[in-house]
Design a protein around this ligand. Structure first.
Ligand SMILES: *Cc1c(COP(=O)(O)O)cnc(C)c1O
Length: 860
């Protein structure tokens, strides 16, 4: 009989084992091997049956076994030891506390807390609240923050079904399933007040209704993760569905989710801080546009004179002052250079929801102006994100550059390099993604002060790689068989699945979501060529492939089907497999076991990509188009760069060229290197690349490096800016708002006239001084309210300047008709044909970048 509804019952643990519950409920066990060993020791078989989920394990293990363990002094001792270790981890000062102490000496205060908002969090497969890279990145961000002691409060939604589970039909078509999760069976507890009454946050909906949510809390080491859940009796039936699925549904469903995470999310943070005494965030980090409405709720708080949110007590600011305050303490990260990946809503839908009920004191027109696209019909969440944050970034150096071009229109008049969007290259959480065997090796070598792992012999390194490859092969066999059983084959037909893959064959992985730009099927461009690589008698390769297509993406599903049909062929099925239901529990085996990690996106559409980083942590070599992170970290010895046909416009031809390059590299470089063995059977040249990868790439791709970058370059400056605008009754915010209003009034009268320059000689030479002068009308602004700059660079035929030197000009007195004269001496920066111009920008201490306000005046 099928269960009508599933629910979970938690075990009653004997008192001596009670700390097991504490260990199961904090997700730190997911990256702590010794705690996993402890759970496995409760009951090996039950641990496996529970899929490595301690909450399930404790619910399912026989009471008799628990009674036995409670009598086992040795086991009880280990339980206590682990629990004590966890408590120490949660309490002791870590990196951030050291920084905070140092910075308080120099008055460079780090934020007391940071609110980190993300639509998805992939912390562990036991909390399947993610769809792919974005969520797993967010999960890794929390874990690294915890390890570093960074005081994050994370906010997201709890989905009844998370993302879908994938299986295949007999003819290779993706099937989607949405198993419902029971929060009671997850490592969560309800946020409740002292009397035990669950906290409910509410957001007004149109028509006098209220969307309510309870708040589940997960503990990711030291970091609380608050997950809003609308599936409660207090909600109307349609509102209960707001948190049913991740990335399902239409625009209406989506905007309700985003309203809940943004506006409800800030309210949940306030409730959490009130109840726990946790300090309020001074900085808010919007991880991708979805959660951007959080800025509007914070503006509302300040306009309402409310809640002391930013330490200001009764603020009572106007919209512009509140906006200045909120921007100062907000960091926005954009994650996609694919225009279709940007979240947009019809303007009418935003108008429908953003009523005076939802955000009292906020004029809907002001909301719309933050995100309305110039064409007028669509509201763009990335535009709003950029406007609500004083600091924003992309997720690799290349993506930063691409983003500056992509959003250049928001900073009209500026060249792309000046657009104030920086970058922080993503990282991955080492303890989560590194196989324990490898972690042991590298930690040992690091401790011995040998960055290139010289203490580790080639033979040992190679043996480890073999162990991990063998483990992957077993997992592939298990999953291929399970998939065929699911597709309708019967057990006796499947003996062949016991022999698919070979633990000694060069193993290549390709696993990721299946949007078109990632080109899942590039390797199928020339099927005969792929077959001959797979079946090469001397140097075969084997390919393991996985990935989910968005349920609404038919084109993506067709790609999966092509791949599955190719892999189903009896002639190659022992060398290539598509494994359905890519998730963290599968991914781990791939990152551990693959010798080569393949990535062939359409450059530059991969913002960063992180799977190749996880492979590298385990000594996998990347074979990738130079896109995302690989563009900056490929060094010629840590893998291979697939040459791209960047300039070729015909996509078919481009795919042909790049596929050809891929086959060529595989056949003539990758496979020969792998199979070139010494007398001892070890491929020395290959292991030297593995060694180099582990020694030099691993440190750079760590999430702790990423979080450290965020703290030092984004959170700390944002906290300082926030402190400055809030101080003295929001004096800074008021001043900045007044200044912006003055700019609004004066800017159309600002003009540059009478530009001239004089050099020392008739034929100037490189480095010679040139004096640039201009008269500038300031429309009532004073000379110290603007930045006047001389720009000197190479001039092309179209009079465009490049490689420019920018130098501030000093006011030197009054000009004609109330204008001001400015002057600078510039050393000529290049030989050849140069040009120069003069421009005027806003200048204010509280701006983070001169281009920030998107205002610039050039000579008419
Ligand atoms: C790392 C990871 C991703 C993201 O990989 P990309 O290279 O960024 O596409 C997606 N899914 C899972 C399960 C992962 O572990």
């Amino acid at each position: 009989m099928k269960a009508l509804r599933r629910f979970s019952v938690r075990a009653q643990l004997p008192a001596a084992l009670a700390p097991l519950q504490e260990l199961a409920m904090n997700l730190r066990w997911t990256w702590h091997g010794p705690t996993q060993d402890l759970f496995a020791g409760v009951d090996e078989a039950a641990w496996r049956a529970a899929g490595g989920d301690p909450v399930r394990l404790l619910g399912e293990v026989r009471p008799q076994r628990l009674a036995e363990l409670a009598e086992d002094a040795d086991f009880v001792g280990r339980v206590q030891e682990r629990a004590e270790d966890l408590r120490t981890y949660l309490r002791e000062p870590r990196w951030y506390q050291g920084q905070a102490r140092r910075s308080s000496d120099t008055d460079q205060g780090l934020p007391t807390a940071i609110g980190y908002f993300s639509m998805e969090f992939g912390v562990s497969e036991v909390l399947p609240n993610y769809s792919g890279g974005l969520g797993i990145l967010a999960g890794d961000h929390l874990k690294a923050a915890s390890d570093l002691g960074v005081p994050l409060i994370a906010v997201g939604l709890l989905y009844r079904s998370g993302y879908f589970r994938q299986s295949l039909s007999l003819d290779g078509w993706q099937q989607e399933h949405y198993p419902a999760l029971d929060p009671q069976g997850l490592p969560l507890h309800l946020l409740a007040d002292a009397a035990g009454t669950p906290v409910l946050v509410g957001v007004a909906m149109p028509g006098g209704r209220t969307l309510r949510a309870r708040v589940w809390q997960a503990s990711v080491g030291r970091v609380p993760l608050l997950l809003l859940d609308a599936d409660i009796e207090e909600n109307d039936p349609d509102l209960r569905q707001v948190t049913d699925r991740l990335y399902g549904g239409d625009a209406e469903h989506r905007i309700r989710q985003e309203i809940l995470i943004g506006i409800g999310g800030v309210r949940a943070v306030r409730a959490f801080c009130d109840l726990t005494g946790h300090p309020a965030p001074e900085v808010f980090h919007t991880n991708e546009g979805h959660a951007g409405f959080l800025g509007l709720e914070r503006i509302r708080e300040l306009v309402a004179g409310g809640s002391g949110a930013t330490g200001g007590g009764d603020a009572g600011l106007d919209f512009d002052q509140a906006l200045a305050t909120v921007r100062a303490g907000t960091v926005f990260t954009t994650h996609t250079p694919v225009p279709a990946g940007i979240d947009r809503f019809p303007v009418g839908l935003v108008e429908h929801y953003f009523t005076a009920d939802m955000l009292p004191g906020i004029e809907p027109a002001r909301v719309l102006s933050l995100g309305r696209e110039p064409s007028g019909d669509m509201f763009n969440m990335a535009h709003m994100g950029l406007r609500l944050a004083q600091r924003s970034n992309g997720v690799s150096q290349l993506h930063g550059e691409v983003s500056r071009g992509m959003f250049q229109q928001l900073w009209g008049g500026f060249d792309a390099p000046e657009v104030p969007i920086g970058s922080v290259t993503n990282g991955v959480h080492g303890p989560t993604w590194t196989a324990r065997e490898i972690a042991g090796l590298t930690a040992g070598a690091e401790a011995a002060g040998s960055p290139e792992l010289f203490g580790v012999s080639d033979a040992l390194l190679w043996e480890m790689r073999g162990t991990l490859r063998r483990r992957l092969v077993e997992e592939v066999r298990r999953r291929v068989k399970a998939s065929w059983l699911q597709r309708g084959a019967s057990e006796p037909e499947l003996a062949w699945t016991e022999r698919v893959f070979d633990p000694d064959v060069l193993t290549i992985g390709f696993a990721r979501r299946v949007p078109t730009y990632k080109r899942l099927t590039l390797m199928l461009r020339d099927q005969e060529r792929l077959r001959s690589l797979l079946l090469d008698p001397e140097r075969p390769v084997q390919l393991v492939i996985a990935g989910k297509s968005h349920p609404a993406d038919e084109a993506g599903k067709r790609l999966i089907q092509q791949m599955v049909r190719f892999a189903d062929d009896h002639g190659v099925r022992h060398r290539i497999a598509f494994l359905p239901d890519y998730d963290m529990s599968m991914a781990r085996y791939l990152y551990w076991g693959c010798d080569v990690w393949l990535n062939n996106p359409l450059r530059p559409l991969e913002a960063c990509g992180t799977s190749g980083m996880k492979s590298a942590l385990n000594g996998g070599l990347n074979l990738s188009v130079r896109d995302g992170w690989w563009d900056e970290l490929y060094d010629g010895r840590n893998g291979w760069a697939i040459p791209t046909a960047d300039g070729v416009d015909d996509p078919e031809r481009r795919d042909d060229i790049e596929a050809n390059a891929l086959y060529e590299l595989l056949g003539s470089q990758v496979a020969p290197l792998f199979y070139d063995r010494g007398a001892d059977g070890v491929p020395d040249r290959w292991t030297s690349l593995v060694r180099h990868t582990l020694a030099t790439l691993s440190p750079k791709v760590q999430a702790t490096r990423m979080v450290t970058d965020y703290v030092e370059q984004w959170y700390a400056p944002a906290a300082r800016s926030a402190a400055r605008v809030v101080a003295d009754g929001f004096a800074g915010a008021k001043e900045l708002a007044t200044y912006r209003a003055r700019l609004d009034a004066a800017w159309s009268s600002v003009a540059v006239a009478e530009v001239d320059a004089s050099g020392g000689a008739d034929t100037p030479v490189l480095g010679a001084p040139m004096t640039v002068r201009a008269e500038v009308a300031l429309g009532g602004l004073s000379p110290d309210e603007v930045l006047v700059q001389a720009v000197v660079g190479r001039a092309d035929d179209a009079d465009e300047l490049s490689e420019s030197t920018v130098q501030p000009m000093e006011p030197i007195g009054a000009g004609h008709d109330g204008s001001h004269r400015f002057e600078a001496v510039v050393a000529l920066p290049h030989a050849g044909v140069l040009g120069y111009t003069v421009r005027v920008l806003p200048r204010h201490d509280l701006l983070a970048a001169p281009a920030e306000l998107g205002r610039v005046v050039l000579p008419a």
